[in-house]
Design a protein around this ligand. Structure first.
Ligand SMILES: [Zn+2]
Length: 132
């Protein structure tokens, strides 16, 4: 499914990886399980490559995979795909923004990333180079 036509007529390009209009929907109880699995992966990995392989398996699960979301860059509707391989969205959502500087989900995430970059310091980073 390289392209999706929004209900407003805009074409959403689904090909870029990572897709700037794409999001994964992670259910909070599943997020807690994922955190535990990431910690276990870090503890059990014998090498950086093994740890990287485990991370990809956890963050790109095949069954069940995380539902995929795309935001239209024109009208900001949200298309939710139950599975990334589906040809059509399971549901569309139409947003009602309250005004201000946030006028899309993407701008909300981009702004929070800018805030994190501004607040982080070099000392916050601990390299993952110690394997057992
Ligand atoms: Zn649209």
């Amino acid at each position: 499914m390289p392209k999706l036509t929004c209900l407003c007529g805009e074409n959403i390009n689904l090909s870029p990886i990572p897709n700037p209009q794409g999001f994964k929907l992670v259910w909070e109880p599943l997020r807690e399980k994922l955190i535990e699995e990431l910690i276990t992966a870090y503890s059990s990995a014998k090498s950086e490559q093994e740890f990287e392989d485990l991370i990809y398996k956890l963050l790109y699960p095949r069954n069940p995979e995380f539902p995929q979301i795309y935001e239209c860059s024109n009208c900001q509707r949200i298309a939710v795909f139950a599975r990334a391989a589906d040809s059509q969205p399971t549901v569309w959502y139409e947003p009602k923004f309250k005004g201000g500087t946030i006028n899309s989900i993407r701008s909300l995430v981009e702004n929070s990333q800018d805030d994190e970059k501004a607040q982080s310091t070099q000392s916050d980073y601990v390299p993952l180079n110690t394997y057992h």
